[in-house]
Design a protein around this ligand. Structure first.
Ligand SMILES: C[S@@+](CC[C@H](N)C(=O)[O-])C[C@H]1O[C@@H](n2cnc3c(N)ncnc32)[C@H](O)[C@@H]1O
Length: 364
């Protein structure tokens, strides 16, 4: 099912997919806009508002907005539960919305145990004005970025790659981007093919921020397939779910025409380097670079430690890892033992940082 658009209801489909198949989910669910009547510009041209059937929850009689809130919340809970089933335990989820729905979605996410990492404001540089002039121009959408739970330790964040979007400085949570217009906007006989096609530049940031080359990105509300198009270009795998046949076909054709970028370029610019492999002190003993009973000296304090056969060290009555004992003897909350303990190097006859030995091992 990878690199495919699956037609159908996303709740049913996600529930039937294998567990934890997705490294990242991007969801652009219905907004529940509940527009009343048509919208016209002052020059009497009609606004392409979102009045699609897929955006409607509940009826039109008086008081129906409350019924529709309830129906919308039930739907939100159902798809977010199904999303949890497919999201890997190192994965993250993005949900985009407007004031019409994002607060309701956010509450349901929190209630289900998702843990928010950031909320990002997509500031639209060319928003549609409020034609009636009765309130502010609505110039942004909000993205919620969350992990599966508070306890989840690992997830991908390409901190360095994201600096590309902010002149080399740490990326911020306000993203200024134009709406999807011009050649990128898919049209059929001059009419927009979909009312809410998202800009590729927005998906590029989402995917670069939170995935690595080869990861699987799943979009349960695929529409025109913007997520799939950008994922393919960025060398990621993708799964799209969309209930309407006309959009399914459109997305398939769109993605087929996309050329992926070269792997070499992608690895260099769209993901951070892998963190160096962790090396336990025990490994240095196994390699014969250190022996149980060898003595280590602290770089700042007049403290000596002895290496134990299990890879722990002992000093001043404490026993533990080089980091734990380093912190305890210094009375500090944390310590990088590799850069705080030295050993006697037999080749040079000099006290040398343990980190030098680690470098030797990493080099191998
Ligand atoms: C806001 S649009 C997504 C637009 C998309 N991000 C794009 O760039 O084209 C929501 C889409 O979800 C689809 N949809 C709504 N409810 C669905 C459901 N239960 N299962 C699958 N697709 C659904 C709609 O048909 C619509 O195309």
């Amino acid at each position: 099912m990878e690199n495919e658009v699956i037609k159908g209801d996303c709740v049913e489909i996600m529930s039937a997919l294998p567990r934890q198949i997705a490294d990242c989910i991007f969801a652009d669910p219905p907004y529940n806009l509940q527009l009343e009547g048509e919208l016209w510009r002052p020059n009497m041209t009609k606004v392409d508002a979102v009045d699609d059937k897929w955006d409607q929850f509940g009826g039109t009689e008086e008081g129906s907005e409350f019924k529709s809130f309830e129906a919308y919340d039930d739907f939100t809970e159902a798809w977010l539960k199904a999303a949890r089933h497919v999201l890997s335990d190192t994965g993250t989820i993005w949900v985009i919305g407007t004031y019409h729905n994002i607060y309701r979605v956010g509450k349901v996410m929190m209630d289900l145990g998702y843990w928010t990492l950031n909320d990002i404001v997509w500031v639209k540089t060319n928003p549609m004005p409020n034609f009636r002039g009765v309130r502010l121009t609505n110039a942004h959408e909000t993205l919620l970025w969350a992990k599966r739970s508070k306890e989840q330790k690992k997830y991908t964040f390409n901190h360095h790659a994201m600096k590309l979007y902010n002149d080399g400085k740490q990326m911020r949570s306000d993203w200024e981007l134009p709406l999807c217009t011009g050649a990128e906007r898919i049209r059929i006989n001059g009419e927009k093919a979909h009312t809410t096609q998202k800009p590729e530049a927005l998906l590029e940031r989402v995917i670069v921020a939170s995935t690595r080359v080869g990861d699987v990105v799943l979009d349960p509300f695929f529409g025109t397939g913007t997520t799939g198009a950008v994922a393919k270009r960025l060398g990621r795998r993708w799964i799209g779910i969309e209930q309407e046949e006309r959009y399914v076909e459109l997305a398939r054709r769109r993605i087929e025409a996309v050329e992926p970028m070269s792997q070499e370029w992608l690895k260099q610019y769209t993901q951070d380097p892998s963190p160096p492999k962790r090396i336990p002190l025990k490994h240095l003993i196994q390699q014969g670079l250190l022996r149980p009973g060898d003595r280590l000296k602290h770089t700042r304090l007049d403290v000596e430690a002895v290496i134990n056969p299990d890879g722990t060290i002992s000093a001043n009555g404490y026993q533990g890892s080089i980091h734990q004992v380093g912190a305890l003897v210094a009375g500090s909350p944390a310590c990088n033992g590799w850069t705080h303990w030295t050993y006697m190097c037999p080749q040079t006859g000099r006290q040398t940082l343990l980190d030098e030995l680690r470098r030797v091992i990493r080099g191998q």
